[in-house]
Design a protein around this ligand. Sequence first.
Ligand SMILES: Nc1nc2[nH]cnc2c(=O)[nH]1
Ligand SMILES: [Zn+2]
Length: 473
Amino acid sequence: MELRNKLFLGTFVHSKALDELEYLHNAAVCVDTTGTIVAVEVDCDEPRAREIVLPGLGWDGAEVEVVKAKEGQFFFPGFIDTHLHASQYPNIGIFGKSTLLDWLNTYTFPLEASLADPAKARRVYTRVIRKTLSHGTTCAAYYATIDVPSTNLLADLCLSHGQRALVGRVCMDQLSPDYYRDASPDASLADTRASIAHILTADPTMSLVRPIITPRFAPACSLPLMRQLGALAHETSLPIQTHISENKSEIALVQSLFPRSATGAPDNSYATVYDAAGLLTDKTILAHAVHLTEAEADLVRARGAKVSHCPCSNSAITSGAARVRWLLDRGIGCGLGTDMSGGYSPSVLEAARQAALVSRHVVLGADGRGEGEEREKLSVEEVLFLATRGGAEVVGLEGRVGGFGVGLEWDAQLVGLGLVGEDGEVGPEEEEGDVDVFGWESWPERVAKWLYNGDDRNTKRVWVKGRLVHQRK
Ligand SMILES: Nc1nc2[nH]cnc2c(=O)[nH]1
Ligand SMILES: [Zn+2]
């Protein structure tokens, strides 16, 4: 599809730092045909852009597509979902009172196994891509299933729908049901290589979609498998995604399955098991990290691995309240994950909202120290940083996406909030939704209202790499 040069006009909001959003009003952002931002000008309306900015770029104004934010609308970077299971999408909201290990056996493995049916996989994966795009997710780190053809299909569908993605074939060779397990470490590795090869053929420059090595979690992977996957990551420089320290029974299981005598590691903590297998790299995404010890955090930090914080999931399946400030204080990069279907929502905005709320319940010590403490609380600015720039760092795309700046790619959403008229009604031109703006709110207040009450009705349009990939009807 032929892309045109584009001129975006209006208000742009993005993260400048962890605790700071920058508001660019009356601004112009120019995006070239490769989807790259080539100019950002403030105090620049359309006439000025046409008179000065476009000629400066050597662009013919008649050829440029102009997209203007209406009053009250703003452009925001696309969300980055650093952890979700595309294959579990049909189960969102279905978790009962389960916790991780029984949830996997009861709800998750049967559904994942059933996606070896290609028609079912196509139906589910198409829907999850469409749904997440409609919520402003421009980039997703997906787990598929152990099945190679359907994992490859997920990557193909991300490409055709235009969603940026990391796509992983799930590796698991032990402790799961017979009907859903890799036959051996070698078989798991061969299937992983096959899926990587497919994805690299589909998108040779990894411009949109890239493979990610995906050992499910230590309990479901033998040490030989983890070692082979660590070696594969070393050989290919590909990223890795897995789960860590989500739930206390899971941690106890890891300690019993991988004693020091087996791994040769200095101890049997979860992080050391991964490290002993070569799976802790600066391209590793660790989901959850709810119960990491101080020593594990040091190790994660030393290896440069990052954390995907999944608050909806941690509340839903009762895993605990991750100490995000504690992780950030230790220099560990964090982003947000919906973790569908441990998490019940496809929305990163919901994950951001829940990150803010859960941070108010963080407990640091056995004495209850920390709960309700101001320092542990994440602000609106901070959770939106995690949803964008923080996420970009977690998936290894910092410097490419996550904000608005020259050289970054245009992964963005146009957000519209309901403007309440003098008569107390929201006009027909305005989108219905739960965010009502009366006009006296400051911009930070509008953004706070969006965070706490916004949903996909506020996500008007979504672009990835300059391409329009979702438009609200
Ligand atoms: N939340 C979550 N945790 C896991 N640990 C291992 N597999 C999974 C999974 O599918 N979801
Ligand atoms: Zn998960």
